[in-house]
Design a protein around this ligand. Structure first.
Ligand code: XMP
Length: 513
């Protein structure tokens, strides 16, 4: 039986981070809404519960409240920030508005060294706070086990009931030893082993896929990106030739991309791969189109059309596989101030055909992105695929500004290949979020040998980011920039000028269209 920690989400910005930290301890973690009935939770027999933070005050009229019966299930519990206040208030303590908001770094002094939450940690720790309310009276049976400058109840314990509370955030990187506190909770207090590994998960997932799919056929739209590639490898392991991957070449791919996909999935993994070369069709439809949104719409529609036609050629299939990840399925808590409630993945590759009558197989839907990468390695996918930089569904069309033509795509492809090659050769490619070339539709005068040129400009877009929502430009060494620029102007016919994009997101976006 899988051990599990359940995290109840009260609308915190960091709920997913808590889940990731727990999983980094090799313990499976699930996020559920704050109002999940206690009976539903009890039925899952979790090893422990974590109450997340949240933007509300526990005494606010509309504060999210859990099922009270939760506190009588006998399950170990850890309340974080809003969670500690909730725990205290429900059990008879008191929470009041603080004199001033405690925000940022603080120093935690552990006053009870025997507390299992702090096993192996020094007496003094850097922690990160973000709260306005304070605990002013402890409930019966609790005692303080650590203090900060501003709080006599920075960490509390009810040993008999195995209830713990932390006023600070152990899950964020600004609490450098926070992971050890979480590890102490899940291993030491909840008694979990270290069973959640991608090696173990492969067997479990294979079994589940086989049970779901039975003898039927599965189709998968393979883009060559991390998620669809890992989903393909996993499904192939589970159902072999019952899986057919459909790869659409839209003519907007980077250099050697179509070949690489055929090499890895077709020849190496020996998957059934339906290769659809629709590049002419896409380029024809994009002829004369310059508006970015129109380009995206045309590409999205054409993709669906080509994909649909391809599925008909493959023959009758009951299932369609998708590389949906856990963050896409976590139901966000609709509380004002919860950024997770507003941030939804705004791009979905190609927008797969909703009206097609397939049952869905989503073998990655309980995994975070870093777990998907580990799983990919476990399944034997090459590192170039597993750690590949994101690439937009509409491909080079959003990087060829203005009209997209075969000629312009070819120029961009050559320039982009140089960027990738140099970034890899100099050890930068895997350190940044994205590094690519953009073809600007402006031509300027240059000189080559004794000849005047009138050619295109390439912009270099090289950014760092955690999740693509915000980004900053990377300060690459001048020597590397110089090498890239000089190779592009020397080797790519049609380009005589290279610029560096030094805008952050916001206000710019990562892609230029
Ligand atoms: P922007 O340009 O909005 O991009 O700052 C944020 C991240 O999303 C990627 N992106 C896309 N991904 N389909 C995708 O699958 C798309 O239409 C799309 N547009 C942008 C972009 O590369 C960056 O990583």
């Amino acid at each position: 039986m899988t051990e599990e920690i359940i995290i109840l989400d009260f609308g915190a910005q960091y709920t997913q981070v808590i889940a990731r930290r727990v999983r980094e301890c090799n313990v499976y973690a699930t996020i559920l809404r704050y109002d999940t009935p206690a009976a539903t939770i009890a039925a899952r027999k979790p090893n422990g519960l974590i109450l997340s933070g949240g933007p509300c005050s526990v005494y606010a009229k509309d504060a999210p409240m859990p099922d009270r019966a939760l506190f009588d299930l006998g399950i170990p519990m850890l309340g974080i920030c809003f969670g500690i206040q909730l725990l205290a208030q429900h059990l008879g303590g008191k929470v009041e508005p603080g004199q001033k908001r405690e925000y940022g770094k603080g120093t935690l002094t552990i006053t009870d060294k025997a507390c299992p939450l702090f096993r192996g940690l020094p007496e003094s720790l850097q922690v990160w706070n973000s709260h306005g309310d304070r605990l002013t009276k402890l409930p019966k049976g609790f005692k303080p086990v650590a203090v900060t400058e501003n709080s006599a109840y920075a960490a509390i314990e009810n040993k008999a009931r195995r209830f713990y509370g932390l006023q600070f955030h152990p899950e964020v990187v600004h609490t450098p030893r926070g992971s050890e506190i979480i590890s102490n909770f899940v291993h030491g207090i909840c008694g979990c082993g270290k069973n959640w590994t991608m090696r173990n998960y492969v067997d479990q997932a294979v079994e589940e896929i086989r049970a779901q799919v039975g003898p039927d056929k599965v189709l998968l739209g393979l883009s060559g990106g991390v998620d669809s590639s890992v989903a393909a490898a996993l499904l192939h392991k589970a159902v072999g030739d019952q899986l057919t991957c459909i790869f659409v070449n839209n003519g907007l791919l980077r250099a050697k991309e179509a070949e690489a996909v055929q090499e890895v999935f077709g020849r190496h993994f020996k998957m059934k791969l339906q290769y659809e070369d629709a590049s002419q069709l896409f380029l024809m439809r994009l002829k004369g189109v310059t508006d970015p949104e129109r380009k995206r719409k045309i590409i999205g529609r054409t993709f669906i059309e080509v994909f649909q036609a391809a599925t008909k050629r493959v023959g009758k299939a009951k299932f369609l596989a998708q590389g949906t990840l856990y963050p896409d399925v976590i139901e966000s808590v609709p509380i004002a101030g919860n950024p997770a409630a507003m941030i939804k993945s705004h791009h979905n590759v190609g927008g797969l055909p909703k009206k097609m009558k397939f049952a869905l197989v989503e073998p990655l839907k309980c995994l975070f992105k870093d777990e998907v990468r580990q799983l990919g390695l476990e399944l034997g996918l090459p590192r170039e695929i597993v750690f590949r930089q994101p690439f937009p569904g509409p491909g080079l069309a959003v990087r060829v500004l203005g009209e997209v033509t075969a000629g312009r795509c070819a120029i961009l492809r050559n320039a982009d290949a140089i960027v990738v090659e140099e970034m890899k050769a100099n050890g930068w490619y895997y350190k940044v979020w994205q590094s690519f070339a953009v073809l600007l539709p402006v031509r300027s005068v240059g000189v080559m040998g004794d000849e005047r040129t009138y050619d295109y400009t390439i912009a270099l877009r090289i950014v760092e980011s955690q999740d693509g929502m915000t980004a900053d430009w990377v300060k690459l060494p001048y020597e590397l920039l110089e090498k890239i620029a000089s190779r592009i102007t020397n080797e790519v016919k049609g380009v005589n000028r290279v610029c560096l994009d030094i805008s952050s997101k916001p206000p710019a976006t990562i892609e230029w269209e």
